[in-house]
Ligand binder design. Sequence first.
Ligand SMILES: C[S@@+](CC[C@H](N)C(=O)[O-])C[C@H]1O[C@@H](n2cnc3c(N)ncnc32)[C@H](O)[C@@H]1O
Length: 321
Amino acid sequence: MNYFSKFYQQIAENRLAHWLNTLPAQLSHWQQHELHGEFKHWQKTLAALPKTQAKFLDLQQSVSVGKRSDINDGEFKRLENLLRKFKPWRKGPYLIHDLPIDTEWRSDFKWDRLHNEISDLSDRYVLDIGCGSGYHLWRMRGAGAKFVVGIDPTQLFFMQFNAIKHFIKDECVNLLPLGVEQLPELKSFDTVFAMGVLYHRRSPIDFLYQLKAQLVQGGELVLETLVVDGDANTVLVPGERYAKMRNVWFLPSTEAMCAWLERCGFSDIRLVNTDITAFEEQRKTDWIDTESLQDFLDPNDSSKTIEGYPAPKRAIFIANA
Ligand SMILES: C[S@@+](CC[C@H](N)C(=O)[O-])C[C@H]1O[C@@H](n2cnc3c(N)ncnc32)[C@H](O)[C@@H]1O
């Protein structure tokens, strides 16, 4: 199945046309050489999803498509069984014909913290780097964005996105299975989101330059990341693990993060929110089989991770290219 041919046709006609110089070769290499061992199974699951006609769609208050009454009992059961094959569902929640996909994360909480702080997305080209299953892509579209692209290299999340898109059927929302390092300097997006990715990058300064290179002149960056308390010179570089995650590299203070953004040439830098992650926002549900926040914190002191570091605290920054 070619997941990308419609996307190529669309961008051939819009301001992303120059992406066609590199993208088809990258994605065809991906399809030929990099597919996950489970990919064929996921494809079969995707193909088996009931073909429903949903009249109801809400992307403004939630990500909800269709109603229970659109489908019969057999289809509803099949829907649930098939969607559960894409576990673990981390980012959401979604409501598909009134079937709640109760994801590990309440990603809507993050959206609520930021959506009044950012520039109006109406008619904007938007890029979400490290978008997971794409929950926020739908909310961006619901907020009026004209064309929304997400990138995320995790193939399960690509399939989860396609499962949701099977029901929402909006050609202006797309997810590409790419890492940020595979993007050319597109200089084309009015808003770039990078949420929950900076601390996974071994070179955060290079990452900030990569984000800037995707924006039009004056475009808006929305950056969310883990931070620690401290002054402009405080940066935590954890040992092998932070909250049981192996791939966490740099946790700056909010002041240090602002200094990095300024050093990379961003202007009008604003810290708009800080928030300690609560158990209501990240928790174990029956749509994941793995551990969650409760298991990552010190059982006797929830202000510390199990390794003794400050517990996850997240901050949202807005800046202009
Ligand atoms: C903590 S999640 C954040 C998801 C979402 N942006 C949010 O804020 O809820 C980090 C995401 O970054 C993705 N990621 C990992 N390496 C990446 C890379 N090199 N480029 C882009 N995304 C990456 C992961 O697959 C994962 O979905």
